[in-house]
Structures are given as C-alpha cells and as structure tokens.
Design a binder for this molecule. Structure first.
Ligand SMILES: Nc1ncnc2c1ncn2[C@@H]1O[C@H](COP(=O)(O)OS(=O)(=O)O)[C@@H](OP(=O)(O)O)[C@H]1O
Length: 406
C-alpha cells in the first residue's frame, strides 16, 4: 500500500481556499474605502471642514487690501474662505444644472456668460487645471443641494441698457458672497402683477451673509420702478452702470440693427428734422441717455447715497478698480481684484481668468462688444452738443465727472 500522504496534505488544500476568500474580502474592503474616499473628496469636505461655518462679511481689517487672494476658487482663496467657497460651490452646482435647462431669458440678447470659443482661449489661468463643482458630476452632490433659501434681492443693477451691466454682474458673481439670477427678471417693469412671491422664486438660493442680486437695465427708465422697488424694500441698494450717452445710443442702435438689418440709418432716426437739427428725443436710443432726467425720478424714492454709479468706460479700462468701489458699496470684502482679470486682445475687452463655477477663462459672449457702424461725424457732434447740459447736470447730481464732455 502506498504510504499516506503527509499530515499537512489536507489542510494545505483547504488553506488556499480560505486565504483566497480572505484576499477577496480585503480587496472588496479596499475598493469600498477607495470609493468612499473619492466620494468624500468630490464633495470637497476635505477643504471645508476646517473652515468657519459662516464667513464674516463687510469691511474687516483686511478690507480694501488689493491683491490679497489668489484666483477665484484657487487654492489660496479656499484656504482663506474655505467654508464660504464650499457653500458657494454647492449652490453653483444647482446653477450649473439650471444653465442646462431652458432658462428665463430676456429678449434673446442676454445669453448667459459664454465660455471662450477655441480661438480665444490661451489667456492666463486657462489651463483648466484644478477642480470645480461645476465640472463634477452633478449627481454626486445631490444630497447636499438643499442648502440656503431664496431671498428678495438686496441689491439691483437697474441700468443702463448697453452700459456694461452684464459685465458688472458676471464679474460680481465671482465673489463668494454674491448670488445672482443669470437672466433679466424684468419684474419691476413687465411682470409686477405676478407678485413678490413669484419674483423671489426666480432668485438663487443664498446662505447667511450672501447677497442676492439681479440686473434689469430697463428699470432705470421705467417710471414705476423706483416706487415699486422702494415698496419691496427701502433699503435696496441700486447700481447704475452709465456710459457716454452717444456711444450708448450707437450701441443700442447696433443691437437693434443686428436683429432687424432693414431699419433706417442711425442718422435718420436721430433727427425729427435734420435740417433744423432737432433731435428726436422720443427715440428710445436717445431718450435713455438723458440720465439726469431719469435720475430725478429715483431720487424721489431713494437717497443718493443708496445709489452707486459705475463708469461703463472704467469697467473696461480698469475693471478691478470699479469692482473695488462696488464691493465697498455692497459692504463686501474686496475679494475681486486685478488678479481676476486679463485683457483678451482678440475680444478687445477684459475677461475673467475664471468665471463663477469654472476654472477656465471667460469672456462675455459675442453680443457684447459688437462692432459699431460708422456714424456721420456731424451727427455725433450734434448729439454731443445735445447731451452736454444733461451730462453736466448728471455730474452735479452724482458728484462724479464721467468725462464724456472733456
Ligand atoms: N468685459 C466686457 N466684455 C464685453 N463687453 C463689455 C465688457 N465690459 C463692458 N462691456 C460693454 O458692455 C456693453 C453691453 O452692455 P450691457 O451688458 O449693459 O447690455 S444690455 O443692456 O444688457 O444688452 C457692450 O457694448 P457694445 O460694445 O456696444 O456691444 C460693451 O461695450
């Protein structure tokens, strides 16, 4: 008879089986832990847990210190305001989803902030490196999205049409304490009968310490708007972006021309009677630029100190400077600085190194910064003459010389 096998023969065949089960178990445990970690990091808990629950707002010691932070959403800013940045990103995700749904739009002019077309990329900060919730799969954070509540706006950009209102709003949205509705609600001019509850529903959710904003440039020239906004809240802060009324009128005309190429020339629309040189002030392109007259209506309901006048020209030549004034006016810490902007030569305008909820450079869309048609010099001269007294009155009322008549 053959001798029995070694005593260890049977255990030797059983052990590999239990070991392999154990190994599989370990492998599963590891993958589970890895998935949990990935989920955890996607939720950006890693960055936010260490931060304060509510970021202090308003002018602290460092208010007014330019160039303090790094790029919006960049590592340094997160280190300074981790909780605020995290909360804002959660809310941005909600917005990211909304961007992909048919949104409330104005006359089609106001498409949302557009990403740079391929030909325009390559600006500073455009590497696309780094993560942002806007680029993360939305489903992963679904459970965390019910934060905040909808508030009526505490600040409104009320005008002026073609002044640079979109640029200002999009620049402001970079601030972690600003939440704004993307499209123009037109509540105080077109939809007032829908009521404040309807209006509030349009607003994005905000957390404590964040400001809700909207922009509708036609409010500035709407007679009923001052009383209506005051009835909502006497404390509403009002921002007006103004621009040389002559170039504003040409910009306005250029927009109409882009939609209806068959309209009469700018020159013919400007005059009631070209021979006498009588300006047609009933033409809205002309009428909107009589800023002093419109302002009078607002001053019946709001003190001048509750209004901020932003220069549309300086918003292009020195966006950080104007944004500094706006942040001060809104009682916000000066987080948006020159480090957030770069000048895009192709676009011919300042653009953001990183827009809200994105890590890529962003310029305004092609409906902003259109090429204006050449206008008869004599007509331009006559218009300048027409606007001069109104401009001077406006400088006097606001205490600011916008330099349109120098
Ligand atoms: N950064 C930047 N990028 C592009 N465009 C800029 C920027 N800053 C100000 N502007 C000027 O904004 C003008 C459009 O103004 P609005 O946004 O107020 O227009 S609208 O009333 O909302 O249609 C637009 O007018 P046009 O140049 O006539 O198109 C621009 O001159």
């Amino acid at each position: 008879m053959a001798p029995p096998g070694p005593a260890s023969a049977h255990p030797a065949s059983a052990e590999p089986l239990s070991r392999s089960i154990f190994r599989k178990f370990l492998l599963m445990l590891c993958s589970l832990l890895t998935s949990l970690y990935v989920f955890y990091c996607l939720a950006e808990r890693c960055q936010s847990l260490a931060g304060p629950a509510v970021r202090p707002s308003g002018g602290g010691d460092e208010a007014g210190a330019p160039g303090r932070g790094a790029l919006a959403g960049g590592p340094r800013e997160l280190a300074v305001w981790p909780a605020a940045a995290h909360r804002k990103r959660l809310l941005q995700l909600r917005q990211w989803r909304r961007h992909r749904l048919p949104a409330l739009r104005d006359d089609g002019e106001e498409a949302a902030w557009e990403e740079e077309p391929p030909g325009l990329t390559g600006g500073p900060g455009g590497s696309g490196a780094g993560s942002s919730v806007a680029e993360a799969p939305p489903g992963t954070l679904a459970l965390l999205l019910d934060e905040g509540s909808k508030q009526l706006p505490q600040a409104i950009i009320i005008g002026v049409k073609k002044g640079g209102t979109r640029a200002l709003l999009e620049f402001l949205r970079v601030h972690p304490d600003v939440r704004a509705v993307g499209a123009e609600p037109h509540f105080f001019d077109r939809s007032y009968d829908k009521g404040l509850a309807w209006y509030r529903e349009l607003m994005p959710r905000t957390l404590e310490g964040q400001i809700t904003m909207e922009k509708t440039p036609s409010y500035f020239v709407t007679r009923e708007a001052p009383a209506r906004i005051s009835a909502m809240s006497k404390d509403t802060k009002l921002i007006v972006v103004v621009r040389d009324p002559v170039t504003r009128a040409i910009s306005d005309y250029t927009q109409t021309l882009s939609k209806r190429p068959d309209i009469p020339t700018f020159e013919s629309l400007t005059f009631k009677n070209r021979t006498t040189g009588l300006i047609d002030t009933s033409w809205s392109a002309i009428q909107i630029g009589i800023y002093a007259k419109h302002l009078e209506h607002w001053l019946r309901h709001f003190p001048i100190g509750q209004m901020l006048f932003v220069s549309g020209e300086r918003l292009i030549s020195d966006p950080a400077g104007e944004l500094g004034r706006v942040q001060d006016f809104l009682g916000l810490k000066r987080i948006i600085t020159d480090k957030h902007f770069y000048f895009n030569k192709t676009k011919g305008f300042p653009c953001l190194k990183k827009a809200e909820g994105s890590s890529k450079p962003h310029c305004l869309g092609k409906t902003k910064g259109r090429t204006h048609p050449e206008i008869d010099r004599e007509v331009v001269r006559r218009l300048r003459e027409f606007y001069r007294p109104f401009n001077l009155k406006f400088y006097q009322m606001t205490g600011q010389d916008f330099g349109w008549d120098g």
